[in-house]
Write a new protein. Structure first.
Length: 368
């Protein structure tokens, strides 16, 4: 793994040199400033004043918070591109809690080089957006006001090297080697790198089909175990006003105590968004089913707790009153076969919550 770190550092330094070399070519520059605040209400009144720990966005209960404050810069030429972003807020506090302190405000930091003039073959290195899933940590980019359980429990980011190929507007391929399952730095006990694959097919402007997968070692307790993960989704534009997304994820992980046993979890979801007034007013619905009976991703050390197994539904209304502004209201309901949610200091099998979310997005770009 030390060799991997050294090689990674050298490759990243190589791309920084290319930035300087390409600075005088025809290029493009873009900047994004994004901020998102929210207020939540949960009648269960959990004693710790937080949402369940399997959520990594909008984490406060019966309180207000800043989910994300983000600044991003993009620079590109014909054969070079780079992205850098810094962030703060509840998302970074929760989702990067296991990272070293100095890394917790990094959203992305990567550079890419186009290998040939004639074909779209790129190699990118650094802190990259995850190749898994359709949802983003940037709230405005999603149909629903809050994130799905599937999204919050799969990577939002990854660090490593990505080789990608775009043979046409309909097909996209990428292969990745990364530092692990959503890691900026390599965990001390982790053995080996992880590998990823993504294939996206767009037969028409109304349909996108995607397969993403990952395999690698993760640290579970004091052991390294193999984790394999698959993500599939179909995004369908039913009409000019209606969009539908269907997704299915499942993971496999070797059991820590029994090497002959494999733990399996999976989740599927349906998202539907309708434009009441295009670009101004939207209505979105979500249904999600998540089953992790082996408690690979989440566990509560309480006698009445049984499994990470639940239904998740939500309905949200979005209003864009002016350019860059987005106001969202969501009603959210989660139900489990066994107690899973804190109600004061006891576990309950039901939780209802509401959210009010406001965001502003500023973007500027220039080509020369």
């Amino acid at each position: 793994m030390k060799v991997f770190k050294i090689k990674f550092s050298l490759v990243f330094l190589f791309f920084l040199v290319i930035i300087v070399a390409n600075a005088q070519q025809k290029d493009s520059f873009a900047i994004q400033l994004f901020g998102e605040v929210y207020a939540s209400s949960i009648p269960n009144k959990p004693f710790d004043k937080t949402r369940p720990a399997y959520h990594y966005n909008y984490t406060k209960a019966n309180n207000v918070g800043v989910n994300m404050a983000l600044a991003r810069v993009h620079y590109s030429t014909k054969r070079f591109r780079t992205n850098f972003g810094m962030m703060a807020g509840d998302y970074s506090v929760a989702n990067l809690a296991d990272e070293p302190t100095w890394t917790r405000n990094f959203y992305e930091a990567n550079a890419g080089y186009k290998i040939t003039n004639s074909q779209e073959i790129w190699v990118d290195v650094g802190l990259l957006p995850s190749h898994i899933g359709i949802e983003s940590a940037i709230g405005k980019d999603n149909f629903t006001a809050t994130r799905s359980i599937v999204a919050d429990n799969s990577p939002y980011y990854e660090t490593g090297v990505r080789f990608s190929y775009l043979p046409s507007e309909k097909l996209y391929f990428s292969i990745l080697t990364t530092t692990g399952w959503q890691n900026i730095t390599v965990p001390k006990q982790q053995e080996g790198a992880s590998w990823g694959l993504q294939v996206t097919y767009k037969p028409s402007s109304a349909l996108t089909l995607n397969h993403s997968s990952s395999i690698g070692k993760v640290v579970s307790g004091i052991k390294n175990v193999t984790r394999i993960y698959f993500n599939h989704y179909a995004a369908i534009a039913i009409s000019k006003r209606t969009n539908l997304t269907m997704g299915w994820d499942f993971g496999l992980q070797a059991d820590t105590m029994n090497i002959e046993k494999t733990n399996v979890w999976n989740g599927w979801l349906v998202l539907c968004r309708y434009a009441i007034r295009p670009e101004k007013l939207f209505l979105a619905f979500r249904y999600e089913r998540f089953i992790d009976n082996s408690n690979v991703l989440f566990y509560i050390n309480q006698p009445e707790y049984q499994a990470f197994n639940l239904h998740h539904t939500s309905l949200n209304v979005d209003w864009a009153p002016a350019k860059g502004f987005l106001l969202r209201a969501e009603a959210n309901y989660q139900a489990a076969p066994s107690p899973l949610f804190w109600k004061n200091k006891q576990l309950s099998s039901r939780q209802f919550s509401t959210f009010l979310i406001a965001s502003y997005n500023f973007q500027y770009s220039k080509k020369r």
